[in-house]
Ligand binder design. Structure first.
Ligand code: FEO
Length: 387
């Protein structure tokens, strides 16, 4: 355990070897699961717990520090933070879990936590630990319907759970506000928070209103007074309405006909002053792709035909782009086929939540011909007209 300030401790753990988050986004440096201990004159509360994978290490840490838990605050029921609640309730049978109504429902369904072990809080409700008060602020949808923040009123520090999280293990406790941390927080935001960007805007305003002295998220480092503005400014940028003059060109090509078209469009766009993020979908890191989606204006899929439809990698990418709900303004499909099929409908069908404007697709039969390249020039012009 590490002391953050008088009576407030970090009892999280680093998972530097974890390779993938949510079985989806690669983790270049692993992640952390943050748990905090807040001591009052009379009572002690844990703020979020631990991923059960680290059960022994976590319980050994609490035991070694003679921790007695009166309250467990569960800001969010996802198991990377709630997994140890049943074990803690066995060790501290008089402890009570404080959580939002939705969180109580989730803890019951996911971990079998009994109703009489939970106290469901109302927005703004307070709990005294003796000279130190916890205030619960309901913040649904960053990123589950159950999420809430907990504020230590007297110290004005704010536990935001996943909001402001980062997959960053380069330092032990405090945010170094480095470009590397910004990138880790961006990778985190792109997968976890971007689908809920409108709620992020709402709660970013709420955090600014609270003006905390420290932000203590459930992944990554703690933000002190300087760090608070660092992470707030990043969120303000990512959640803004503006997009860059940038297009993602994600492609997969079996016999290089599609590659010829992709390379031609890349040059056509670059010569028109458009930034192109070219991504080979056979090798793409989903986290990189998600980060590029934060401020890209459009996406163009380059795909070969496989049997009677687009390559499955392009459909997967379209599905991912759809569920992450980025600010995409437009999309198009280019590619080549041999003998038949529909190269576009299965990709377009993925866009049910995110609805970019469809620009004219360019589909070549076999090797792309001069008229196909002319159409790619026209597509480049159409893209430029969108800015
Ligand atoms: Fe880090 Fe939504 O759990």
């Amino acid at each position: 355990m590490k002391q953050i300030s008088d009576g407030i401790f970090f009892c999280g753990l680093h998972d530097k070897t974890r390779k993938v988050f949510d079985q989806l986004v690669p983790l270049p440096q692993g992640t952390t699961y943050n748990s905090y201990l807040v001591k009052g004159a009379e009572k002690t509360a844990l703020i979020d717990t631990m991923y059960i994978k680290f059960a022994d290490k976590y319980m050994d840490m609490l035991t070694a520090n003679n921790v007695h838990v009166d309250y467990i605050v569960s800001n969010h029921a996802e198991p990377d933070h709630s997994g140890m609640i049943p074990t803690l309730l066995e060790k501290f049978p008089n402890a009570v879990v404080y959580c939002s109504p939705k969180c109580a429902e989730n803890l019951k369904n996911m971990l079998g936590v009994a109703d009489d072990k939970m106290h469901v809080v109302a927005d703004g409700e307070e709990l005294s630990l003796g000279g130190r008060t916890l205030k619960f602020i309901l913040t649904p949808w960053v990123h589950w319907p159950d999420t809430m923040f907990t504020q230590v009123v007297e110290d004005n520090i704010l536990f935001t759970c996943d909001f402001f999280g980062a997959h960053y293990t380069a330092n032990e406790l405090w945010a170094d506000c480095s470009p590397e941390l910004a990138l880790s927080a961006k990778r985190y935001y792109a997968e976890i928070m971007m689908p809920f960007a409108k709620f992020c805007v709402k709660y970013l305003a709420k955090v600014k209103e609270i003006s905390p002295k420290m932000i203590l998220p459930s992944h990554g480092p703690i933000y002190d007074e300087n760090g608070v503005s660092f992470i707030e400014n990043l969120y303000a940028d990512w959640t803004s309405d503006s997009v860059a003059k940038k297009v993602i060109l994600g492609y997969v090509s079996m016999y290089d006909n599609t590659t010829l078209m992709v390379n031609y469009l890349e040059n056509a766009l670059a010569s028109r002053g458009v930034e192109v993020v070219k991504a080979d979908l056979m090798e793409t890191d989903e986290g990189e792709l998600a980060m590029e989606l934060i401020d890209s204006a459009g996406i163009v899929f380059g795909t070969s035909m496989v049997l009677t439809g687009p390559h499955p990698k392009s459909i997967y990418t379209a599905y991912l782009a759809n569920i992450l709900r980025p600010k995409l303004k437009f999309s198009a499909i280019i590619g080549s086929f041999g003998w038949g099929g529909n190269l576009t409908a299965p990709i377009d069908a993925m866009f049910t939540l995110t609805k970019p404007k469809k620009l004219e697709n360019v589909i070549a039969k076999g090797r792309p011909k001069p008229e196909d390249f002319q159409k790619l020039d026209a597509l480049a012009d159409a893209i430029v007209a969108e800015f």
